[in-house]
Design a protein around this ligand. Structure first.
Ligand code: GMT
Length: 378
């Protein structure tokens, strides 16, 4: 198939999923065309089946806000026509689903029919999308998509609850590529971070409010009071300054390292004993899956799609949002005993295997075929 993929090319989860999906489809022989405003972060190599089309947004003194949507729709029309695409797959509803609708209508005036699949990822539904300033457009464009997927059952339920949706929604969960995410032996790195053989706890995110990064610090403080440990905070974003301040205020900055954005996440995860994800909203929790693939158990909140990934008492533990007390107790339960830690590590890895790319990729491929066939009939 010839597939156009539209996504935010940044470090966010939807961009990562879209890029990894495109790469996997390309290595399975499909021709993949990324249509984005900059080169997707993980698309930094050559493959004969991968193409990148940049959406250049013209600047003009009249524009306070550059018209990204118009430039994107024009580019989609151009790429579908010129490359003779079979399908467009857009990630994150705002504005990609509505722009796809516009492109589809324009192409129809040229006698070209292009099926559109929209994948909903999270805050496009749970936070931003349901805001009144977006919801009529989100509802309309989901209903106009030829196929709709969500990354968890929970996100599907929330989509049906918040919006008046007339479409069937297919759940296709996030996936993990084990050729990249696996436990590497990084003893020298581990020694450098934890010279006294302390436990290593990790959090990775884009430090937005929903990630509750200050809760990570508070949970760690309680763990560290009971068991010598180190915390690695990976990523950057709006909450970072206040999060660092809290670590200082609690007198634990010597045990907490803020590493900023890192490419080689798998190496950091390989030396980790526990992953913390106390988010107040998480439609799936890709970062937790990356940790589990590297044999790292997860202590998380029980929101959104997290219970569909993290198995309570097996791959880690789930608690209510903000329950710092319980999360730290659960973390200690895992970390205090070598044998128990090892059991949790193995179970986390085993659970991650359920989301192996090799299992999930065919779900997308067959869904594309279904959508193409059903729109041919219509
Ligand atoms: O919705 C967001 O917060 C952003 C979104 C993204 O585009 O980065 O992240 C979401 O998509 C990921 C990939 O499907 C999921 O694993 C994340 O759980 C989800 N984030 C939230 O729901 C907060």
């Amino acid at each position: 198939m010839k597939i156009g993929i539209v996504c935010y090319p940044t470090f966010g989860g939807s961009g990562v999923v879209a890029t990894e999906l495109g790469k996997a489809l390309a290595s399975n022989g499909h021709e993949i065309h990324f249509i984005t405003y900059s080169q997707p972060a993980r698309l930094d190599f050559f493959s004969e089946n991968l193409y990148y089309h940049e959406v250049a947004v013209a600047q003009y003194p009249l524009f306070d806000f550059s018209p990204y949507e118009s430039a994107l729709a024009s580019k989609m029309v151009d790429v579908v026509k010129f490359e003779k695409l079979d399908l467009l797959h857009v990630h994150y509803a705002i504005p990609h689903a509505s722009v796809a609708y516009l492109a589809k209508q324009i192409l129809a005036t040229h006698g070209i029919h292009i099926p559109v699949v929209t994948t909903l990822h999270g805050t496009d539904i749970t936070l931003v999308g349901k805001d009144k300033s977006f919801s009529p457009v989100v509802t309309f464009s989901i209903n106009q998509s030829d196929g709709v997927t969500t990354v968890s059952e929970s996100l599907k339920a929330q989509t049906l609850e918040f919006f008046d949706i007339q479409k069937d929604i297919r759940v296709i969960p996030n996936f993990i590529d084990f050729s990249r995410f696996h436990n590497n032996n990084k003893e020298h790195f581990k020694k450098a971070i934890a010279p006294g053989n302390e436990r290593i706890i990790t959090h990775t995110s884009n430090f937005r409010k929903v990630k509750n990064t200050k809760d990570v610090i508070s949970i760690f403080k309680k763990i560290n009071d009971a068991l010598p440990s180190k915390l690695l905070m990976v990523g950057d974003g709006p909450e970072r300054r206040e999060t660092e301040e809290l670590a200082r205020h609690l007198g634990i900055s010597h045990d907490v390292r803020f590493l900023g954005k890192q490419d080689a996440i798998e190496e950091i995860l390989s030396v980790s004993d526990l992953f913390l994800m106390p988010s107040s909203s998480e439609s799936f929790g890709l970062a937790a899956l990356e940790a589990m693939a590297c044999h790292v158990p997860v202590v998380s909140s029980n929101v959104g799609g997290l219970p569909e990934l993290n198995q309570h008492g097996i791959s880690g533990y789930l608690s209510s949002i903000g329950d710092i007390e319980e999360m730290s107790k659960n973390a200690l339960k895992i970390l205090e005993d070598d044998d128990r830690l090892s059991t949790f590590k193995n179970s986390a890895y085993k659970r991650a295997k359920d989301f192996d790319l090799v299992r999930i990729l065919p779900l997308y491929e067959s869904y594309y075929q279904e959508v193409i066939q059903s729109t041919k009939k219509a």
